[in-house]
Design a protein around this ligand. Structure first.
Ligand SMILES: C[S@@+](CC[C@H](N)C(=O)[O-])C[C@H]1O[C@@H](n2cnc3c(N)ncnc32)[C@H](O)[C@@H]1O
Length: 341
């Protein structure tokens, strides 16, 4: 989720009407001339259609849709277009159908069924938040912290938790990039959890259909890294990009005029879950950086609170280290992972 994708409700940008009719069918006659069935011509026609619909990267999307239809890479599609390859009638119809759907601003990932995130290709579709490039940085910092814990204590002793996992993007990347650790992912929405199960089951991550506020209490005080990209969009904002409006509302809105309710829930859960010295990494809106720092520093449960910037140099996530101070009434974990009162 990104601040750049949101704007005030008073100034929404609307998708332009779909000029679906402007994409001529394979083999159709336009002005008495049979349309070129060549891949290059189809790509150009699709790119024009997508550009007219306001799709930000029309040619790239056309190539990715063709790659999906042909079961090829985007590079192969580009090379075949130059080489003059023609599509079969069925392939051309499939491609045209997808291009028209994309021109209605249906997210590209819904049409191809996959989303790339760091080292993993995720299965995605309707009902789940599509992972964003900036979250790759958040995952990267969590992966570093997990790898540090492995160096210190050995993979078998290390536990990582992804709260509000959505498609399971962050947890899946952690599993791929830090093998051998014990990983748990929490998601409250059944539809999103269905996708998470598809992505996390094969990677050995334990998925919990549960509320981040109360989940995983058996791990209280024992976790090395808690990472989260929670819902954090303030009430009253709507996504600027048409595609982002397809994300489930539950994935976007954090609660309250400042969107801070869910980030606060995640901070509280991280405080109970993390062992002393354990690391929290949490994504947030760039307007929330100071509020997140205040929240984490307030009760002495975290120190080394550090706001980190995204690739546009905006403070978009925060990391913090759990102190040894117990949460009121909590049983805390020992340094060897055992539970001590
Ligand atoms: C912004 S999405 C992030 C998904 C994923 N972590 C990513 O970065 O792509 C937030 C996710 O939190 C889930 N969620 C919302 N409230 C929750 C709660 N109380 N407990 C657990 N998950 C929750 C939403 O259903 C959604 O899948």
């Amino acid at each position: 989720m990104t601040d750049a994708m949101t704007t005030e409700r008073t100034t929404p940008s609307r998708p332009r009407p779909t000029p679906a009719g402007s994409f001529r069918a394979h083999g159709a006659r336009a002005g008495g001339v049979r349309e070129d069935p060549g891949l290059d011509a189809l790509l150009r026609s699709a790119a024009e259609l997508l550009a007219a619909a306001g799709v930000p990267s029309p040619r790239a999307d056309a190539e990715l849709l063709a790659a999906h239809v042909l079961g090829a890479s985007r590079g192969e599609v580009a090379a075949w277009a130059v080489a003059g390859r023609e599509l079969t009638a069925v392939q051309a119809v499939d491609f045209r159908r997808l291009a028209i759907s994309r021109s209605t601003r249906t997210p590209l990932q819904y049409l191809t069924g996959t989303a790339a995130f760091r080292s993993v290709d995720l299965q995605v579709g309707h009902g789940v938040f599509l992972p964003r490039p900036e979250t790759e940085l958040v995952a990267g910092r969590a992966i570093e912290a997990l790898a540090e814990a492995v160096r210190a204590r050995g993979a078998g002793a290390v536990i990582g938790v992804d709260l509000c996992t959505g498609s399971g993007a962050i947890a899946a990347a952690m599993a791929e990039e830090v093998p051998g650790v014990s990983l748990h992912a929490v998601e409250a929405d059944p539809e999103a959890a269905w996708w998470a199960a598809a992505n996390l089951g094969p990677r050995g991550v334990e998925l919990h259909l549960d509320d981040a506020a109360t989940a995983l209490s058996a791990l209280d005080g024992r976790v090395d890294v808690v990472v989260s990209n929670p819902p954090y969009v303030p009430d009253g904002r709507i996504p600027e990009q048409a595609e982002a409006r397809r994300d489930p509302e539950r994935a976007l809105y954090g609660g309250g005029a400042d969107g801070m309710r869910m980030p606060s829930v995640v901070a509280a859960s991280a405080a109970r879950l993390l062992r002393p010295g354990g690391v929290l990494v949490m994504e947030h809106d760039d307007t929330q950086s100071a509020a997140v720092a205040r929240l984490l520093e307030r009760d002495g449960l975290f120190d080394a609170v550090l706001a980190r910037n995204d690739l546009n140099d905006r403070p978009r996530y925060t990391e913090a280290v759990r102190t040894a101070r117990p949460v009121d009434g909590q049983v805390t974990g020992g340094v060897d992972g055992t539970m001590t009162p």
